[in-house]
Design a protein around this ligand. Sequence first.
Ligand SMILES: [Zn+2]
Length: 411
Amino acid sequence: MDAQTILIILLAILSGEFLLDQGLSFLNKKRFKSPIPALLQGLYKDENYKKSQAYNEENSKFGLLSSGFSFILTVAVLASGFLGGLDEWLRGFGLEGTPLALAFFGIVFLGSDLLSLPFSYYHTFTIEEKYGFNKTSPKVFFMDKLKGYVLMALLGGGLISLLLWLVNTIGQDFWLWFWGVISVFMLLLNMFYTSLIVPLFNKLTPLEDGELRQAIEDYCKSVDFPLTNIFILDGSKRSTKANAFFSGIGKNKKVVLYDTLVDKHTTEELVAVLAHEVGHYKHRHIIWSMTLGILQIGLMLFVLSLMINNDGLSQALGANQMGIHLNLVAFSMLFSPVSTLTGILMNILSRKNEYEADAYARDTYNGEPLGDALKKLSTDNLSNLTPHPAYVFVNHSHPTLLERLEALLKK
Ligand SMILES: [Zn+2]
């Protein structure tokens, strides 16, 4: 395939995805003013419902603006052959091979991140601030950025160097080896996420002895789920929005509750939320989604191996000689429709898993406090109660609040 055709395909993919995204957001937006379903009546006090509508409206406008900006920018970068020019400029300093690739990705990553910085700053300090969610200070905001860059340089840079080394020493079969490395990397990341990555950004404190700890331990004993690592995370440092998550496998399991979650919920509600998370473990959802994630990466790397040395990809980006780093960028764009598709399939699976975890919490603990907790989480976060089904189908990893409450009532 010649470079011109590849460039046209890249632009078509980019436009198609932008249109799909905006089309779904548009459908969703038309639903913001829908009447509240009977089961959710009384959830929002009148003024709060108006506030949630305004919040969703504002976020949707902001989404159009920021993704419109990045769409136009990407089209301009592609059409002008900017990336090929950047490659040539860097080669002018005598760079080649891995150093060239690292410099190239460093500049592309930093450039695009700095261009999106005003958007994320505005989102945090204007929109989130206006609706009372933001607790971040500019200092924390920029420190987070800096730490993110260092992590990205170490992990991303390390993986890219390894990939290039494998391509150069093994040739087309590099993908099998790299697949193995990535799989181990993902496993390690999952195992050490709470002990290595989270502490870089937040403080974790073991949950003190008391009513909550006792209730959690009692529940875990009742379902034969050994859990001793329960931590509180200072989420209130950044936002009032609440969350909870599990990480680790085998004996290394840890549960992390945001302080904002603990503050706003009763002990019963917190145990119910935890029971939902235990449900994910008992149904082996974690192992399954990780396995599927690894299979997806394998597919992606295999397809990559078919075009890693294709001159046309580099030329489509405006370069006059082949560069593996250029091919990686072009490939990631060419592959994105497949990623979108697998993303939709993973969301379908994830929504099914959420129902199962909810049912597990209902059957082994109590569905009522779980329903109460879900309602509180939705209203505290000013969630849109009536999203469009097509939007949910593509974008949501969780069923809507209404669907979950209805399912909890069914036995
Ligand atoms: Zn869940």
